[in-house]
Design a binder for this molecule. Structure first.
Ligand SMILES: *Cc1c(COP(=O)(O)O)cnc(C)c1O
Length: 359
């Protein structure tokens, strides 16, 4: 066996071409006589790698110097805190849309540090199985915070025309970042942990529209202030050098394919699995059809024993990572950008065979 069918929710599958390039350059990066891991982050060689990653990000997002691109450590969890700390000024209110566990964590983090908060919409009434389409903003809103893809529940917003335009939009795009084209200009701040769609764990991309920088709170702890990282070009301290290098390669891979092609491919891939679910009484999708995610396909079998058997038998034919998140149970197949289409065909066929044998 060369590679298994990897449906892990995160860290997730990476493009094979990128892994091979990393492997080829791992020991001796392009004849420089050392590995990227061993380079000074201030060296000319590394500066080029870093600048290249940043420039590719801007091209893929179709933005110019009106946006800052940072690569920070600490994961998306640290962004829950930094967004609240930096963007909610005295007397202003952080507006949150609560559509699942991650979105709720972002909201709770703002509360925890004593910021004024408001829930602008929530789908908790139906256990996060759909996405609210209208938002009730508070007075003095600092921003509207949204999570574009709910990794655990399996809902995704693919239509960013639903957002109000009279308030800065902040988006956690961790699990669907660069999986389809977006209108970047709508967003004041985007963050995404790399390990779902754009690289290995260890760095988080933060994209900030420059016009909101002046509104950031000052006097914050050094590492938690966006200004520190903006002023020092993401090099205030040692950045996650190796993860950013790999992210740069994945960004090039994305750029070469094109976001629209990637989206069409993702529709096809998720479609294989949704198709089986829709044509079966054995499998049940867990979320509203119009809000289904192209990244995380969530479903249930008739009972938990069958689910355990399903996951076990899948493993025997090299399908891994299809157990649902521990907080919700069931099954989840994560079909990120880099997952080959073949993997989805194999899983779909396995689902059909398993149903025949077990219903
Ligand atoms: C995985 C995930 C997170 C958490 O990311 P960490 O990098 O582990 O902190 C946050 N938001 C979303 C939408 C995620 O999918």
């Amino acid at each position: 066996m060369e590679r298994i069918y990897n449906f892990n929710a995160g860290p997730g599958v990476l493009p094979e071409d990128v892994l091979k390039e990393v492997q080829a350059d791992l020991f001796n990066y392009k004849g420089k006589g050392l590995s990227v891991m061993e380079m000074s982050h201030r060296s000319k060689e590394y500066q080029e790698i870093f600048e290249d990653a940043r420039a590719t990000m801007k091209r893929v997002l179709n933005v110019g110097d009106d946006y800052e691109v940072l690569f920070l450590g600490g994961g998306a969890h640290t962004q829950f805190l930094m967004v609240a700390m930096n963007l909610i000024q005295e007397g202003k209110v952080g507006n949150y849309v609560v559509t699942g566990s991650w979105a709720e964590k972002a909201y709770k983090e703002a509360k925890k540090i004593g910021k004024l908060t408001h829930i602008a919409a929530s789908s908790e009434d139906k256990n996060f199985t759909y996405l609210p389409k209208t938002f009730n903003l508070s007075d003095n809103a600092a921003f509207l915070h949204y999570c574009s893809n709910n990794t655990i529940f399996g809902t995704e917003c693919l239509d960013d025309s639903i957002f109000p335009t009279n308030v800065p939009l902040v988006c956690d795009m961790s699990s669907d970042f660069l999986s389809h084209p977006i209108d970047t200009k709508k967003y004041s701040l985007i963050y995404a942990g790399a390990q779902k769609n754009i690289g290995p764990a260890g760095t988080t991309a933060v994209i900030i529209r420059k016009d909101i920088i002046d509104t950031f709170n000052t006097g914050l702890p050094t590492m938690l202030s966006y200004k520190t990282h903006i002023d020092k070009d993401s090099m205030y301290n040692t950045p996650p050098t190796f993860p950013v290098y790999v992210v740069g390669l994945v960004l090039k891979w994305i750029e070469n394919k094109g976001l629209e092609n990637i989206k069409q491919n993702n529709i096809k891939k998720a479609g294989f699995i949704y198709n089986v679910i829709d044509n079966s009484e054995f499998y049940t999708g867990t979320v509203a059809k119009e809000d289904r995610s192209l990244m995380n396909v969530t479903f249930r079998l008739p009972n938990e024993d069958l689910e355990a058997k399903f996951i076990n038998e899948a493993k025997k034919i090299d399908i891994i990572g299809i157990k649902g998140h521990r907080s919700v149970g069931g099954c989840r197949a994560s079909v990120y950008n880099a997952l080959p289409i073949k993997a989805c065909e194999v899983l779909a066929q396995f689902m059909v065979d398993f149903e025949k044998a077990n219903k």
